[in-house]
Design a binder for this molecule. Structure first.
Ligand code: SF4
Length: 109
């Protein structure tokens, strides 16, 4: 099997991922999921609302802007194409284990 196919197989195999061994120190780092991340935001469209990780959008990646918890779709479409936005929405899952770029979502006081 080709390497990229093997990588994708293990990445998408949630049963395998849920049984991986974890050092106790690592638990602290992996308890968060994408839904706790500041970059996982609601994108409000005309008919429906979807969630997506916006870390790949340059203004948020370079920290020029802080991503708001909810944003209008037109605000996102100023920075990326509709096809790219579709990819973001399809590849974002709220219960995925957080990546190294994770930032804790700020809570309202
Ligand atoms: S943890 Fe990583 S993948 Fe998940 S929303 Fe945050 S930046 Fe995106």
């Amino acid at each position: 099997m080709k390497k990229w196919k093997l990588d994708r197989y293990y990445k998408n195999n949630y049963l395998y991922r849920s049984h991986t061994m974890m050092l106790t120190e690592m638990h602290e780092k992996t308890i968060y999921t994408c839904r706790d991340c500041q970059f996982f935001i609601k994108i409000i469209g005309r008919q429906e609302t979807k969630t997506a990780c916006v870390i790949s959008i340059p203004v948020y990646k370079k920290r020029i802007k802080i991503p708001p918890p909810e944003v209008n779709i037109y605000e996102i479409l100023k920075h990326i194409s509709a096809e790219k936005l579709m990819q973001l929405v399809e590849n974002s899952f709220p219960y995925k284990t957080a990546c190294p770029k994770f930032m804790v979502k700020k809570r309202k006081v």
